[in-house]
Design a protein around this ligand. Structure first.
Ligand SMILES: Cc1cc2nc3c(=O)[nH]c(=O)nc-3n(C[C@H](O)[C@H](O)[C@H](O)COP(=O)(O)OP(=O)(O)OC[C@H]3O[C@@H](n4cnc5c(N)ncnc54)[C@H](O)[C@@H]3O)c2cc1C
Length: 413
């Protein structure tokens, strides 16, 4: 016998779980089923993410999402508590620091103007400001930097994912282990979803939250989606040379991010984005870092690019923060960016012709921070027929058909 649901969601990552949470919170009577082929999330982007949040975008819609996202993250303990137990997300608001050399300074200023226009609290810093706030930074080749003063930092992404899924379950959402292998469309509607084990799900709405695999799910319904899995390696870097704490770096850097409240302390170590194309931020007692890849094939196997550390990341890192000459690669992992190659922005809403087919796809490296708000917006669209909290209309699928890109310029890696 077929399973029946008002809303069937494929993919139980941050997008699918956030939607299930919001649907069952806003309308307890709605029946929601999340179909996830791998409940361990071993290759899901949400489990392999750097889980950082910023306000420094260049499109208004992304800045609006970030403003709502940071509020959600600050209150997530209360919102997602189950049986009196509050999830600990470890939200650290240490800011993003974008750096620019002479060739990038005008672009940085323009982006800063857009961000402040839309209410993001971002400081534009001169090389002298940078040197005094971040004494461990090499500033000689820099022309400016922008630092998020509020609402930027990082959190425990896996805890957010599991807390959303657990809360959604407690509110009545069903999570079904299975792989969507077929989508039956009749007229302008998805009628039935076929699973690889031969079972079927009949649904009122079918939502694609399949992350980097969203293109293949859309294709099952005869729809084209410009979303590709693009491998990104995350390097875990420590600064303990041969097991000993380096005398210069760790004191300066760790004091910087652990003890920011101390009188006279320097600023916490932020998520730094270098003009050469790497990013780095603290993670526990170490740091995590990544690079813009030289080649970027679609759906490459998820093996970390170990060579990238030695040949590209380390030299660039040591040039920017000389104390990282003592850096050591501890380990690395790789995950997929769910890259929307059309314009590097999320695709949210329903298909104009297959009217009950919805998308939460293509977040191109910023889906973790956007998940809770996109989930809320999509739930509003399903239940109320329109976006009420944050207007995500600019992210509609129609822009792809009309060939009207909404270009996000601040995409990391
Ligand atoms: C290295 C890295 C760093 C990142 N850093 C950040 C960051 O700092 N900040 C940020 O905001 N974002 C970041 N991102 C991006 C962010 O992690 C993703 O945008 C987000 O996790 C996408 O969530 P999702 O739920 O759409 O996809 P996923 O988490 O991939 O979930 C999709 C799920 O769909 C399931 N699925 C797929 N096909 C099927 C099928 N046919 N049947 C059943 N199930 C299926 C998969 O098993 C998977 O669990 C990063 C990503 C990576 C890889």
């Amino acid at each position: 016998m077929d399973t029946i649901a008002d809303v069937a969601i494929v993919g139980g990552g941050i997008m699918g779980s956030a939607l299930a949470y919001w649907l069952t919170r806003l309308e307890p009577a709605v029946s929601v089923i999340v179909i996830e082929r791998d409940p361990t999330y071993s290759t899901a982007s949400s489990a392999l993410s750097a889980a950082s949040i910023r306000q420094q975008f260049t499109t208004e819609v992304n800045i609006r999402i970030s403003q709502a996202s940071i509020e959600f993250l600050r209150n997530a303990g209360e919102l997602l508590a189950t049986d009196g137990e509050k999830p600990q997300l470890g939200l650290t608001e240490a800011g993003y620091l974008y750096l620019a050399d002479g060739s990038g300074v005008e672009r940085l200023r323009q982006r800063h103007a857009i961000q402040t226009l839309h209410g993001a609290e971002i400081a534009l810093l001169s090389p002298t400001d940078l040197a005094s706030r971040f004494p461990w930074l090499e500033t000689r080749d820099l022309a400016a930097g922008t630092l998020g003063l509020k609402g930027e930092g990082w959190f425990d992404g896996y805890s957010l994912l599991t807390a959303l899924a657990r809360k959604a379950r407690s509110q009545g959402a069903r999570f079904l282990r299975g792989e969507v292998s077929g989508v039956e469309v009749q007229g302008s509607r998805v009628q039935t979803i076929a699973l690889a084990d031969g079972s079927r799900v009949r649904c009122g709405r079918f939502i694609n939250a399949a992350g980097p695999w969203a293109r293949s799910v859309a294709r099952l319904a005869g729809v084209d989606l410009p979303v590709f899995g693009r491998r990104r390696t995350v390097y875990v870097v420590s600064c303990r040379a041969r097991g000993l704490r380096d005398p210069t770096l760790p004191e300066a850097l760790h004091a910087a991010h652990v003890d920011a409240a101390r009188p006279g302390a320097t600023r916490p170590f932020p998520l730094l984005i270098d003009p050469s194309g790497f990013w780095i931020r603290p993670e526990g007692n170490a740091f995590i870092a990544g690079l813009v890849p030289e080649e970027d094939p679609d759906d490459a196997p998820l093996d970390p690019d170990y060579d990238g550390f030695e040949s590209r990341l380390w030299p660039a890192l040591a040039a920017r923060v000389p104390a990282f000459e003592a850096a050591r690669l501890e380990r690395a992992w790789a995950g997929y960016y769910d890259m929307n190659v059309f314009d590097h922005n999320g695709i949210v809403g329903f298909h104009p012709e297959v009217a009950n087919l919805g998308f939460m796809n293509g977040f191109s490296g910023h889906g973790m921070q956007q998940g809770p708000v996109v989930g809320q917006a999509m739930a509003e669209l399903i239940l109320q027929g329109r976006f009420t909290t944050v207007d995500l209309q600019p992210l509609a699928y129609e822009r792809i058909l009309a060939r009207r890109p909404l270009l996000e310029l601040n995409v990391i890696g």
